[in-house]
Design a protein around this ligand. Sequence first.
Ligand code: NAP
Length: 255
Amino acid sequence: MTQNGLDYAAPEGLLTGRVILVTGASDGIGRAAAQTYASLGATVVLLGRDLQKLEQVYDAIEKAGHPQPAIIPMNFSSATQADFDQLAVSIEQELGRLDGILHSAGLLGDITPLEMYDPDTWDDIMKVNLRAPFVLTQTLLPLLKRSPDASVIFVSSSVGRKARAFWGAYAVSKSGVEALSALFADEMTNISQIRFNCVNPGGTRTAMRARAYPAENPATVKSPEEIMPVFTWLMGPDSRGVTGQSLDAQPPRQA
Ligand code: NAP
């Protein structure tokens, strides 16, 4: 049996009947996860800031014959508490339940020394990468508590575990995400069945990766689809009992 999800092969229909919210579902890892969860039977709620891109993901899921998804456009840079409250109401009224959240939305910000880091960019990165996962999870707790087997996955980064020069607000936000996940897990262990875990995807072929490493040959890093096993394992019932963990979606790269 898998201990860390790396070699997990999801059985057909693993997520049938579950409702799963995926942030950053318009692109990269979030888009791949939304399509994967839908292919395993989940009704996915696609959250992102670009309606057109979300509609393309919606169409792909429908075309593949998976359960009809829902779309919630939201920009985390400007979202208010009222927007988060409305999202909770919409999920409850339209879908009646919530069994999981994948917090994949993220922004890179500037790769630059702290000495020169723009404070407004800093605030935006904190809002999108750290404040939004916190407020969204907090607002959706009442719905998650009603699920018999809820799972919340936060998305971290290697610089969230060990900061590296020039990664600025991104590194700070991701180390905050690691703490946020551990805090929710610790505080909720004895009072709910909700599981909270953090995943470091490792280098993955997305728009963000290309911005961070413009000189890298994209063929040398895994595609979002290739790193899905941990995300599926944590979202489904086979990882019951796993909470407060910080996991990797890829084995460490050989030096
Ligand atoms: P990506 O392809 O750039 O996707 C990021 C997603 O977040 C997109 O859907 C994007 O929407 C959404 N987003 C950005 N700003 C937003 C905002 N203000 N409000 C709502 N949604 C917003 O990046 P990715 O590589 O898939 O990253 C997914 C997660 O993995 C991130 O948390 C990232 O930090 C983490 N990560 C990635 C890597 C990697 O190598 N790729 C490594 C470590 C960690 P748009 O489509 O509108 O841009």
